[in-house]
Design a protein around this ligand. Structure first.
Ligand SMILES: Cc1cc2nc3c(=O)[nH]c(=O)nc-3n(C[C@H](O)[C@H](O)[C@H](O)COP(=O)(O)OP(=O)(O)OC[C@H]3O[C@@H](n4cnc5c(N)ncnc54)[C@H](O)[C@@H]3O)c2cc1C
Length: 397
């Protein structure tokens, strides 16, 4: 396949590029040959977590003391750009739901005892983790969640329901958002919930539009007793932890979108040169040349926003949250545009399941939903702009 002519980035070192090559080799060896089979099965094998761990992919930014690699956010970006090209985005999402969504808050906030019991074996691929925030009555409105954790001596008793949980049907533990106190954001805590706890039940494995090789489940908690020491960090700080760690999840989605766009444009270059209509390759027509240019422009704009966000997150700059919200909403719009254009370029073949193109078209639909919708991303950006202006006006008075 024609390689996308990616320009060198000032942000990426030789080490990042060497890491890219190792992820690419992992994708070619361990994932892509099985993509069709896993998509049809609606799940990828549990052993892939172990393989990914051996390749050092599940703990990139985490402390080497717990088996992590101590790398930066650009390593996460490079991982996602290359994983996205595996032709089974559900598999990429399932791996990242573990490596980023379930683990990042544990790496930053959990006690050493929780890290030893859950984080370290998860980085080693021995345990599967999930992040459990969304509920039937609380998706975008995280502060409205109602799964209750009542204190009983040295334990919490947990009752409630979660939905849309990636890795939920086979997770060994869930980084779970629960209500331990008052209504609203200040009454929320995060706990590590072992799924072997009596009273826990997996409901339906949900049948999704895309990302079909990842499992997404409904979860039920009926008076589940767990030790109070399973609380992550400080009780009542859950909302703060969730909001600050959403940045990593959103960066993952933006970087996956960059990788998908590169991969789809590579397919467009190949098909557009090979397929002749009216005696001319498709890319001989100006309309397709211009559409190709537009796709590449949207890809590069998304890449710049994503790299800017990663740079700010690396530096611990609080505006990283705003930059990553811009990157994610722009990425979701851009990748849907590119997927639709490449589908159209492929004509009837683009409608056939033997091509990965229609699969990508379906898979990217969820990029404007998962890890915070595009409407919520724009809320965050607009609120920051309005607050900055208000603060500036006050200072000038
Ligand atoms: C495939 C998949 C995997 C997922 N994996 C996980 C997971 O692992 N863990 C987890 O906790 N959750 C997960 N989710 C849930 C996901 O985070 C939520 O679906 C998402 O946050 C939106 O919540 P909702 O579905 O309840 O939509 P709602 O919040 O009901 O929103 C419906 C629509 O209203 C819009 N809207 C909401 N609020 C506003 C507003 N203030 N202004 C304007 N428009 C607004 C939304 O943008 C959306 O378009 C997953 C979802 C999917 C689809």
């Amino acid at each position: 396949m024609a390689a996308y002519p990616r320009q060198p980035s000032v942000h990426l070192t030789e080490d990042h590029e060497a890491f890219r090559e190792s992820v690419r080799a992992f994708v070619e060896r361990e994932i892509r040959p099985h993509a069709d089979e896993w998509e049809r099965a609606g799940i990828f094998p549990r052993d892939l977590y172990r393989q990914a761990a051996k390749a050092g992919l599940l703990g990139l930014r985490y402390d080497p003391m717990w088996g992590g690699s101590g790398l930066d956010y650009f390593a996460t970006v490079v991982l996602c750009e290359e994983l996205a090209k595996c032709d089974t985005l559900g598999t990429a999402v399932g791996l990242m739901a573990q490596a980023e969504f379930a683990l990042s808050v544990l790496a930053d906030e959990a006690s050493d005892s929780l890290k030893a019991t859950w984080l370290e074996p998860a980085i080693q691929g021995e345990l599967i983790g999930a992040i459990g925030v969304s509920e039937p009555g609380a998706g975008s409105d995280v502060a409205g969640l109602s799964t209750r954790a009542r204190r009983d001596g040295d334990d919490y008793i947990i009752s409630g329901q979660k939905t849309f949980i990636t890795n939920g049907t086979r997770a060994d533990f869930i980084t779970l958002a629960v209500r331990t106190g008052e209504p609203g954001p200040r009454g929320i805590s995060l706990v590590v919930f072992p799924t072997a706890t009596p009273g826990f039940e997996v409901g339906r494995k949900l049948d999704k539009l895309g990302a079909r090789a990842s499992d997404t489940g409904e979860l039920f908690f009926d008076s589940c007793r767990i030790p109070a020491t399973n609380v992550v960090g400080v009780e009542g700080s859950g909302m703060r932890y969730i909001l600050s760690h959403f940045a990593g999840e959103r960066l993952v989605i933006a970087a996956l979108a960059v990788g998908v766009m590169e991969h789809l444009i590579e397919m467009a270059l190949d098909y557009g040169n090979e397929r002749n209509v009216f005696g001319t390759p498709l890319l001989g027509f100006q309309t397709w040349q211009h559409r190709l240019a537009e796709m590449a422009t949207r890809l590069e704009a998304t890449r710049q926003l994503t790299y800017q966000a990663a740079d700010l997150l690396n530096r611990g700059d609080h505006t990283g949250e705003i930059a990553v919200s811009m990157a994610k909403s722009h990425a979701a719009d851009s990748v849907k545009f590119v997927a639709a254009e490449v589908l159209q370029l492929h004509g009837g073949f683009g409608q056939m399941e033997e091509s990965p193109v229609p699969r990508y078209y379906r898979d990217v639909a969820g990029f404007s939903i998962g890890a915070g919708t595009s409407e919520i991303m724009r809320e965050i950006v607009a609120r920051a702009l309005i607050q900055t202006r208000a603060a500036g006006t006050k200072e000038r008075k």
